[in-house]
Ligand binder design. Structure first.
Ligand SMILES: [Cu+2]
Length: 340
């Protein structure tokens, strides 16, 4: 059976078309259902996060209250088919490139090719065109269909390469280092510049998440609290197998690989809660290790750091070092005094 025979058998073609449509639509339908289930519940909102924050706040001096669900910004929406809203400069640029450059080009090319196909089917089928042309070359057309695609690729390449280079930029000197460790199957966030404590973050049980007004399978017991508007040197590490740290609304995804540290700079533009997931198939509970980032202004981030065991800020560290040096100086002076 040649390719033409398949096309001429309308029944076969119809079956294939339906099958193709099913394969394309099915995963999205499932995903849409998932999202519908996880739609945030507005009720019973304030109680849970406040309760969770209470013990920590009671122990340490500075009070800290976690954001409630009204601050959720980065999450999937029921029935959504586009990208999530973006809250980083790279994300906004990438979204612009997709919406303003890629999508229009794709649509125009698809419509153009569809038009050509329909024209050929209608005008040059065996009945309408009994004596086919024997033309085999047309220099002008050949030049056009070579040059135009090249130009299209050049138009795409400029913003595309710009985006890649932006994403590979090294973090600046003053960036705050936070390390995301992937474990089977949860995340641990290590605050390297803030005393080195690690926050272990597990998925919240579905009922608890719903009661807290958060999307289930995305909400966690302890969020990754980060500063807003400050470059974060986000490092990832796999403690057992390869995981991947991905947050769609922050245009951020980086593999967490055992035996090596990956690093990318992340600067979040707005305070809020942003959800992500492990994005590398890592074992049985791969689907149950979500990421929830809580981005806070720097002073609030520092206040949160102080509620953590061993938490400190670079300013406090510097002050402590200065005090220690002063103490050492005066001791040296004391020691020197009798001999003088
Ligand atoms: Cu994983």
């Amino acid at each position: 059976m040649t390719f033409g025979d398949i096309a001429r058998k309308p029944l076969t073609f119809l079956t294939m078309a339906v099958a193709a449509l099913t394969f394309t639509a099915a995963p999205q339908a499932v995903f849409a259902q998932d999202q519908a289930v996880t739609a945030p519940v507005e009720a019973a909102v304030e109680a849970a996060p406040a309760d969770a924050a209470a013990p920590a706040a009671a122990e340490a001096a500075p009070a800290f209250e976690h954001y409630g669900p009204e601050m959720i910004k980065g999450q999937p929406t029921p029935g959504g088919i586009g990208f999530q809203d973006q809250y980083t400069a790279d994300g906004s640029y990438a979204l612009w490139m997709h919406d303003a450059i890629l999508l229009p080009i794709i649509v125009v090319i698809c419509l153009f090719v569809l038009g050509l196909l329909l024209w050929v089917i209608a005008r040059y089928n065996r009945r309408a065109n009994t004596v086919p042309s024997k033309t085999s070359h047309n220099t002008l057309i050949e030049i056009i269909w070579t040059v135009i695609p090249v130009l299209i690729l050049v138009v795409i390449a400029v913003p595309s390469i710009t985006l890649i280079s932006r994403q590979y930029k090294s973090p600046p000197e003053n960036a705050i280092t936070i390390k995301a460790n992937g474990y089977q199957w949860y995340w641990g966030y290590e605050y390297v510049d803030n005393g080195g404590f690690e926050v272990i973050s597990n998925m919240m049980p579905e009922e608890e998440a719903k009661a807290a007004g958060e999307p289930s399978h995305l909400a966690v017991d302890k969020r990754m609290v980060v500063p807003v508007g400050v470059p974060i040197r986000l490092q990832t590490f796999g403690a057992d197998v390869i995981h991947s740290f991905g947050i769609p609304s922050l245009w951020f995804k980086i593999d967490a690989v055992p035996g090596r540290i990956n690093e990318r700079v992340l600067t979040i533009q707005e305070p809020g809660i942003y959800y992500g997931q492990c994005m590398e198939l890592c074992g049985a509970r791969h689907g149950y290790m979500p990421i929830a980032i809580e981005a806070r202004p720097l002073d609030e981030f520092n206040a949160w750091v102080m509620t953590q065991p061993g938490g400190t800020t670079p300013e406090l560290k510097a002050a402590a070092a200065a005090a220690e040096a002063a103490a050492a100086d005066s001791e040296a002076a004391d020691a020197a005094a009798p001999t003088a």
